[in-house]
Design a protein around this ligand. Structure first.
Ligand SMILES: Cc1cc2nc3c(=O)[nH]c(=O)nc-3n(C[C@H](O)[C@H](O)[C@H](O)COP(=O)(O)O)c2cc1C
Length: 455
């Protein structure tokens, strides 16, 4: 009898924001450049991702307009306004059928009850296709919009994040799947034995519960985590079902993958419960030279102050505009913002012996994520290598500009991955969790009962 074992498939997220990942994307003649004001453009992007059979659309987020740097530098920046993720993803739900939705939401400036409620609601609206990307906020200026004068320290943010996530997960287990009877005859609406009160009292939060949203169609929304320092990796191993990470080389990605997987047993978890999906910035065309031309064209649209400003944002260090462009990249103090990304980019500068401006250029598109320029075969070869040789379970694909770069990937790379049996040709399930092949979590109150029965 033929083996029933299915070949391991890669998972793909479409990581989209503003006009594209590239800092000059908005200047591309064919780009969507009404970021944050054109709902039609977002519909277009989501439907294109669904046509490509992507697992999900991924929206990163920060909550501040950059006021650092000169007015001239700032007025040239295309990454300024955008849609708030929960709102736009709610609106996209009925216009798609299978595509999952990952919204970034911070534990630093939210309350867990509000966040648990929003994601549980989104999951009801889209039939179990939601995921929460847990971040602690990498943009120090966000603090100024949330009644603080400075950003919480890296360590304090993570301490709060762990308790925050425990409360959210607890609230998502407030109701059993069959808690609501809604029997008009008897007049009983729900079974009180199938409702669970959290009664959380911790250092940062006191939350009674239960949540006033029913059990999620996929058990609970999928938990994504993005943060890659030592503490960040522990949080990933403890909580994340998808780990979003950044790596410029295969070796870095493999080290990260191996390390996160090795941390899982400490938190009682297994590899089957976690997918690691680094960012991937493809520039693809029918020939290698055409792909290189596409890359060079977007690079040529980078204005000097903007190239510097996006590097400052990516590595969480300001006032770099006085550095000589052709000089070396100096040593820098650890940021209280995106610490892991800062280390990654400074390491890249050292490894590739980049001048300051060359680092700005290297950062302007991929921003610390893997860059692949080539034909569909070459790009697919690289993805296959990472996937099969222990560096990841899939990728968050970052189109340089929308819609063109996403269209190139959907029309050229996806068919090649499908031909190799590495990517789905049809969605497997109806929920995001099913499509990702992640187990449906058992409500903690049933686990308690199960372990109680075994004693
Ligand atoms: C791949 C990746 C993506 C991230 N995306 C966001 C984001 O969209 N919004 C945000 O506020 N922080 C984001 N973060 C920041 C982290 O949540 C965290 O606050 C910051 O990176 C510092 O933690 P680290 O040093 O462990 O990475 C991201 C981090 C990584 C590694």
């Amino acid at each position: 009898m033929a083996s029933q074992t299915r070949q391991r498939m890669m998972h793909l997220g479409a990581f989209v924001h503003e006009s594209g990942q590239h800092v000059a994307a908005w200047r591309h003649p064919e780009a969507h450049y009404h970021a944050g004001t054109s709902f039609a453009d977002m519909v277009d992007t989501a439907q294109l991702a669904e046509r490509g059979k992507f697992d999900f659309l991924f929206l990163a987020d920060t909550a501040a307009v950059n006021l650092q740097g000169s007015a001239d530098a700032r007025r040239r920046m295309g990454k300024v306004v955008k849609f708030e993720p929960m709102t736009i993803l709610s609106a996209l739900a009925p216009l798609t059928k299978h595509l999952g939705f990952v919204a970034t939401s911070t534990t630093t400036f939210n309350e867990p009850y509000t966040l648990a409620r929003q994601f549980a609601s989104l999951d009801q609206i889209n039939g179990g296709r939601s995921a929460w990307n847990l971040v602690t906020s990498n943009n120090e200026q966000d603090a100024l919009n949330y009644s603080r004068t400075e950003h919480m320290s890296h360590a304090d943010r993570y301490e709060r994040a762990i308790e925050f996530a425990e409360v959210v997960l607890g609230l998502w287990d407030s109701w059993d799947e069959d808690a609501f009877i809604r029997d008009k005859e008897s007049g009983v609406f729900y079974d009180t034995d199938k409702m669970h009160v959290l009664n959380h009292k911790g250092k940062h939060f006191q939350v009674r519960g239960p949540l006033n949203v029913a059990c999620s169609p996929q058990g609970r929304p999928v938990l994504v985590q993005a943060g890659a320092s030592g503490t960040g990796r522990d949080v990933a191993a403890r909580l994340a079902e998808i780990v979003f990470t950044a790596a410029t080389t295969f070796e870095q990605a493999k080290e990260f993958y191996t390390d996160v997987m090795a941390r899982l047993p400490r938190f009682g978890r297994t590899q089957a419960e976690v997918k690691v999906m680094p960012g991937f910035y493809p520039v693809v065309a029918a020939t290698q030279s055409e792909a290189q031309e596409k890359y060079d064209y977007l690079q040529s649209l980078i204005q000097k102050p903007v190239g510097i400003s996006i590097l400052e944002h990516t590595i969480g260090v300001h006032h770099l505009d006085k550095l000589p462009l052709d000089g070396p990249v100096p040593e820098m103090p650890d940021t209280n913002g995106p610490l892991s990304r800062q280390r990654l980019l400074l390491e890249q500068a050292k490894r590739d012996k980049l001048t300051f401006w060359e680092l700005c250029l290297a950062n302007a598109g991929p921003r610390g994520h893997a860059l692949s320029i080539g034909t569909p075969t070459q790009v697919a070869d690289e993805m296959e290598h990472w996937f099969k040789d222990g560096a990841c379970d899939g990728f968050n694909v970052m189109p340089a500009y929308q819609p063109g770069s996403l269209l190139d990937f959907v029309d050229m790379v996806i068919p090649e991955l499908q031909r190799r049996g590495l990517f789905r040709t049809e969605y497997e399930g109806t929920t995001l969790r099913e499509n990702l092949g992640l187990p449906r979590p058992v409500n903690r109150h049933h686990l308690d009962r199960m372990s109680g029965a075994a004693q």
